[in-house]
Ligand binder design. Structure first.
Ligand SMILES: N[C@@H](CCC(=O)N[C@@H](CS)C(=O)NCC(=O)O)C(=O)O
Length: 136
């Protein structure tokens, strides 16, 4: 049996910002994973079997499947956080919450507007822009 067999598996997509932050936290923590690149337009069956919601990144460990990038970061950094990322001030966590919540929701409503026929994409764009304006 290969020694790699027990490594957690990170299903990822190179250009996905959520996968990027998961990979960055894993790298900072020094935790080794097996990286499996996913094609979003042709998702591998074993990836969907692990996580039917079908978003990347996901981390599959021996014990659990972690389906949110923020949770992958926390999982890694709680084991090893040499750069003290978890010591971020509360304001940083608030920004992440806003970005992952209302901003990401508005983005999805714009990007996948056909799935949300009852929503006005122009209004959603305004929601998203309001968040971006506050970053200035
Ligand atoms: N809340 C999720 C968001 C992940 C997400 O939306 N990933 C996108 C790629 S950037 C995705 O997998 N979309 C599914 C698709 O395009 O089919 C997380 O933080 O992990």
């Amino acid at each position: 049996m290969s020694s790699d067999f027990l490594l957690p598996i990170l299903y990822s997509f190179r250009r996905c910002p959520y996968a990027m932050r998961a990979r960055l936290a894993l790298m900072s923590s020094g935790i080794q994973v097996e990286l499996r690149e996913i094609l979003l337009r042709d998702k591998a069956p074993e990836f969907l079997a692990s996580s039917p919601k079908g978003t990347v990144p996901i981390l599959v460990t021996q014990f659990e499947v972690i389906e949110e990038s923020f949770d992958v970061m926390q999982w890694a950094l709680r084991q090893s956080d040499p750069e003290h990322w978890l010591l971020m001030p509360a304001a940083g966590y608030d920004w992440i919450k806003r970005c992952d919540g209302p901003f990401k929701q508005a983005l999805d409503h714009i990007k996948y507007s056909v799935r949300f026929p009852d929503l006005d994409p122009v209004q959603e764009r305004i929601h998203a822009s309001n968040f971006l304006e506050r970053l200035r």
